[in-house]
Design a protein around this ligand. Structure first.
Ligand code: 13P
Length: 305
């Protein structure tokens, strides 16, 4: 490890203790950020962890909607996002106003919102979901007359195909996952015919059709540990490769596309974590009214999931 990195890590560890803080990091974070975190996981695992922590401060190494979810679940804790520009373009593809207009067109519909959405959109939804539980949660809505699914059309389409449930889909998408093309998989498969192909459900249906497994990032980490396969082709943001290699040094992981990089996830660095802890900078707090309504949708997911 470089001196600079070791020094920063030591300072962060000391300050973290002083502040009674926990560092949560998403699987797409830079390797050095994952390595300093107390817990690394997918969106569902991170929200479960946030809900249970006894820490006073949560340093959220991820993007804004994740820090907002932590604030929704833990109103008494200070949630810090080390770079306030770390947003999610998919989450920004629908506003609460647009969702309310859609609900007026379909007044009897149940609204399922992907966790990649703002607190205000969650507050206008009935139930939240993540990529790890979308299919299961939609299956459980058997009694719903109509379902509106926002904002990711591809996750919605996947959940609809798997559950056999027709849904009204919002036309949002993840700009990173749509860079993954079917021809990228074909190329990787031709070079590694024995490899298993695992993709994220935010990918296009043509990509999903070529995969052996469709999993959340947490599901990918579990699959990598449990599979007999020695080679795995990974169709999601490339930050996850760091964790996969670290946990499975005897296996080989190849990203479907080197272009699948989320620039927002990469905004969080060790320097910014230290700065944020030092100055208690960039607190994320969801306003009380919005929080209570959003919490009902998130709680319903956590209870059902
Ligand atoms: P996961 O919940 O699978 O980690 O996905 C989060 C995400 O934002 C994917 O783009």
């Amino acid at each position: 490890m470089e001196n600079r990195e070791a020094e920063l890590k030591e300072k962060i560890t000391n300050l973290k203790e002083k502040r009674k803080a926990i560092i949560l990091a998403h699987n797409y974070q830079l390797g050095e950020v994952q390595d300093i975190a107390d817990f690394v996981g997918d969106s569902l695992e991170l929200s479960q962890k946030a809900a249970k922590t006894g820490a006073e401060v949560i340093v959220f190494c991820g993007v804004l909607f994740m820090a907002e979810t932590a604030s929704i679940l833990c109103p008494d804790k200070i949630v810090l996002l080390p770079d306030r520009h770390a947003g999610c373009p998919l989450a920004d593809m629908i506003t609460a106003k647009q969702l309310k207009e859609k609900k007026r067109e379909h007044p009897k519909a149940t609204v399922v919102c992907y966790i990649n959405s703002s607190a205000a959109v969650k507050a206008a939804s009935d139930i939240c979901c993540t990529s790890a539980n979308a299919v299961r949660l939609v299956e459980k809505l058997a009694g719903a007359e109509e379902i509106i699914f926002v904002p990711d059309q591809y996750l919605g389409n996947y959940a609809s195909a798997r559950s056999g449930r027709k849904m009204i889909l919002w036309p949002g998408f993840c700009p990173t996952h749509i860079r993954i093309q079917p021809q990228d998989i074909a190329r990787q498969k031709a070079e590694r015919p024995q490899a298993k192909v695992v993709v994220h459900p935010e990918c296009r249906p043509e990509v999903i059709a070529l995969a052996d497994e469709v999993l959340s990032t947490g599901g990918m980490c579990r699959f990598a540990r449990e599979t007999e396969a020695k080679e795995i082709i990974i169709g999601t943001e490339i930050g996850i490769i760091h964790r996969l290699k670290k946990e499975n040094p005897e296996k080989r992981f190849t990203p479907v596309s080197e272009q699948a990089i989320c620039p927002y996830m990469k905004l969080i660095t060790l320097e910014k974590i230290l700065w944020s802890l030092k100055n208690m900078a960039n607190p994320v707090k969801v306003a009380a009214g919005t929080r209570l309504r959003a919490k009902a949708a998130v709680d319903r997911m956590l209870e059902t999931g």
